[in-house]
Ligand binder design. Structure first.
Ligand code: DGL
Length: 268
């Protein structure tokens, strides 16, 4: 078996949050190299318009193409909601978004056919999860709720504070009423709030962390396209690129990612 396809996997997000996906990819595929781009100068995407997000995503994808990536993972739910077809026009290799893996997983685990999804204002407003559920989850009812304060709560390290619990109670009230049995965490940051969300929703609701589902899909796609790094493997590297200060990224990255990585600031 040869050392096949040493090219890195490209992962991008509006900021640090996509490192939740990088972390899972690293776990499932420790031998793969990763180029991560975090658009820290322009985060958050969660309250921006479709056109702006498409433009930002296009610029990032062109950057990743220059890095010779063999696959692109759109780790950001908001970018996945709006920019997939635009990205497909720029990049011809395999593209994995976070939306369909999350939906597939939810379809698999729901018993009652009543599923919830939470995300940023833009993700929920785009109805991207509803459209995907209509395709893949015949007969399953999807209830959605935006939770715009969750991202700043996580980034300001309030995820274990009582304030996170109180805000979660407010946001999740309507979903509780709908008696869902499965909840998709449709945003990069929400896995960090898993304990709080579980406390509010109760133990009977299964939380779908799409980062694990995405990592599984990345592996399947590498195998399918025959571009997996094979042979005697040393551990792969993670190189991060950001559009704003390196220091700010490093400080917050630790919330999501515990492995070694390099960071460089670049202009798109
Ligand atoms: N990465 C974004 C997402 O998953 C959350 C942060 C932002 O609003 O940019 O939707």
């Amino acid at each position: 078996m040869k050392n096949k396809d040493l090219r890195p996997i490209g992962i991008f997000d509006s900021g640090v949050g996509g490192l939740t996906v990088a972390k899972r990819v690293r776990k499932v595929l420790p031998g793969e190299n990763i180029v991560y781009f975090g658009d820290t100068a322009r985060v958050p995407y969660g309250n921006k318009s479709r056109d702006t997000i498409i433009r930002f995503a296009g610029e990032i994808v062109r950057f990743l193409v220059k890095k010779d990536v063999k696959m692109i993972v759109v780790a950001c739910n908001t970018a996945s909601s709006f920019s997939l077809s635009a990205i497909r026009k720029i990049y011809k290799g395999p593209i994995i978004s976070v939306i369909s893996p999350g939906i597939k997983e939810a379809v698999k685990v729901t018993r009652s056919g009543r599923v919830g999804v939470i995300g940023t204002n833009s993700t929920i407003g785009s109805r991207s999860y509803n459209k995907m559920m209509a395709k893949r989850g015949h007969g399953i009812k999807l209830f959605s709720q935006s939770c715009p304060l969750f991202v700043p709560l996580v980034e300001n390290k309030f995820s274990k504070d009582n304030i996170a619990y109180l805000i979660a109670c407010k946001y999740l009230k309507s979903l509780k009423k709908e008696q869902i049995d499965t909840l998709i965490l449709g945003c990069t940051h929400y896995p960090i709030l898993k304990n709080v969300i579980r406390r509010v929703m109760g133990p009977k609701v299964t939380l779908v962390d799409s980062s694990s589902a995405v990592a599984k899909e990345v592996k399947e796609s590498l195998i399918e396209n025959d571009i997996m790094r094979k042979g005697k493997l040393s551990r792969g590297w993670t190189r991060c690129y950001v559009s704003d200060d390196v220091q700010g990224f490093k400080e917050n990255a630790g919330i999501f990612f515990k492995e070694e990585f390099s960071v460089k600031k670049v202009a798109l």
